[in-house]
Ligand binder design. Structure first.
Ligand code: FAD
Ligand code: UDP
Length: 389
């Protein structure tokens, strides 16, 4: 297959795979996907751990959840989902509490038996110190949501470890995604549908591109001019490109660098079947240096028969500022970053034959379902018109 493809996609993550699947299904074109990594799936990639039988999410725990019916129907074409429901617990001051903050957390914390109305009245009173203000930063938003005592126990130190930035300088939007509930519901997500791919993330994502018209070239860097599908060669030949790598890297960082945070994972193995008794344990206090620990076996209780009953594997997450060579995970998104991204976005819009997409291409923190949705829309609005030109 040496013929020039009709479309080249840079990045085999969810955005790139969805564009490839749509282009082949709708127009029957030949597509080549390149990725600098040695596997497909982008950050949603996972692999099986032979010792424990756990499915390890290589770039951090990934839970699929959505309220978008178009996305839910689309993903169900390629995988079944388990009935896993995400729940998170937090260790604070030698005790384990349920998250997100709910009536169980509140009553355990205050050693009380408040009804929903009593708990709400208490929190309203504690949050009263900021009454009438419109909390724009994370500190004030946190206090006005749950009051100072719960904020200081469960949010303040965790956020400091996660962001290493004073919470009064962080945008409130970071914690707006966490619900606060005055009942005992401790489901982490509010979405209509959730679950994990029944036979793993990688099998799911491979099925999306199981077609002879789609070629995947791994360990291939778009900016490496010694390989034929590089930026300069493709632009000169006028081949349509979908680019899902970092937008500042595309322009050689000529306006400056967009800032990201990354996570280092420390793997710990235990000679016991279950270490935490749950999939995710957050550590709310400053004395534990990591933010949370993921026990992957517990994402897939339905696979118990195939898992090792005497061993388990846990990943501890340490968050820090990302350098150019690190994996970019969380966009920092200060006002300065936002202004810089607006400039790159304008340049990207002027780039003929190239569509920018995905979390790196648009400098955004998106959940997987948002990326599927944006890829389906981008295919219709941007990519298909380019292919028909
Ligand atoms: P990516 O998956 O990043 O794919 C981009 C691809 O481009 C990569 O494979 C990269 O190698 C490739 N690439 C980059 N530069 C080049 C180059 N020069 N040449 C060739 N290839 C290149 N979402 C959820 O819905 N639920 C979760 O629980 C969840 N947890 C997350 C936890 C963490 C720690 C992180 C970081 C993200 C999480 N997400 C979660 C978000 C989810 O990972 C993303 O929404 C989704 O995977 C993004 O897909 P993408 O295609 O935009 O980008
Ligand atoms: N957060 C917190 N304590 C917790 C969990 C979350 O303070 O126990 C805050 C923290 O600032 C974090 C944000 O809420 O960055 C979003 O949490 P989420 O669990 O959605 O984080 P993600 O999975 O995106 O890392």
């Amino acid at each position: 297959q040496n013929a020039t493809p009709d479309l080249v996609i840079v990045g085999a993550g969810i955005f790139g795979l969805t564009i490839a699947q749509q282009a082949v299904e709708k127009l029957g074109v030949n597509v080549t996907i390149i990725d600098i990594r040695d596997h497909i799936g982008g950050n949603a990639y996972s692999y099986m751990d032979p010792e424990t039988g756990a499915e390890i999410h290589k770039y951090g725990a990934h839970l699929f959840h959505t309220s978008n019916s178009r996305v839910w129907e689309y993903v169900n074409r390629f995988t079944k989902f388990t009935d896993y429901v995400h729940r998170v617990y937090a260790t604070h001051d030698g005790e384990v509490f349920p998250l997100p903050i709910n009536l169980g957390t509140i009553n355990q914390f205050f050693r009380a038996n408040y009804t929903p109305a009593q708990a709400k009245a208490l929190i309203d009173e504690q949050a009263g110190e900021l009454a009438g203000t419109d909390p724009a930063n994370l500190n004030d938003q946190g206090i006005s949501l749950i009051g100072r005592p719960l904020y200081e126990a469960f949010i303040k130190n965790y956020t400091a470890k996660q962001w290493q930035t004073d919470p009064s300088e962080l945008p409130a939007s970071i914690i707006k995604r966490l619900p606060v509930r005055f009942n005992y519901n401790n489901r982490y997500f509010k979405d209509t549908w959730e679950g994990l791919p029944a036979d793993g993330y990688t099998a799911w994502l491979e099925r999306m591109i199981d077609d002879p018209r789609i070629t995947v070239k791994l360990e291939t860097d778009f900016f490496d001019e010694t390989q034929p599908l590089n930026k300069r060669a493709l632009l000169e030949a006028g081949v349509p490109v979908v680019y899902t790598g970092p937008v500042d890297r595309y322009f050689d960082y000529d306006l400056g660098e967009l800032k990201w945070r990354t996570v280092d994972f420390k793997e710990v193995r235990y000679d016991e079947g279950d270490h935490f008794g749950c999939a995710v344990m957050n550590f709310s206090d400053a004395d534990v240096p990591y933010t949370r620990a993921i026990e992957f076996k517990n994402f897939n209780p339905e696979r118990a028969a195939e898992q090792n009953p005497n061993k388990t594997v846990v990943w501890e997450e340490y968050s820090r500022f990302a350098n150019r060579d690190d994996e970019p995970y969380y966009p920092i998104n200060t006002d300065e970053d936002k202004a810089l991204y607006a400039q790159y976005k304008a340049k990207a819009a002027d780039e003929p034959n190239v569509v920018f997409g995905g979390r790196l291409g648009t400098y955004a923190y998106y959940d997987m379902d948002q990326v599927f949705n944006q890829a389906l829309i981008s295919y219709e609005k941007q990519v298909e018109p380019l292919l028909k030109k």
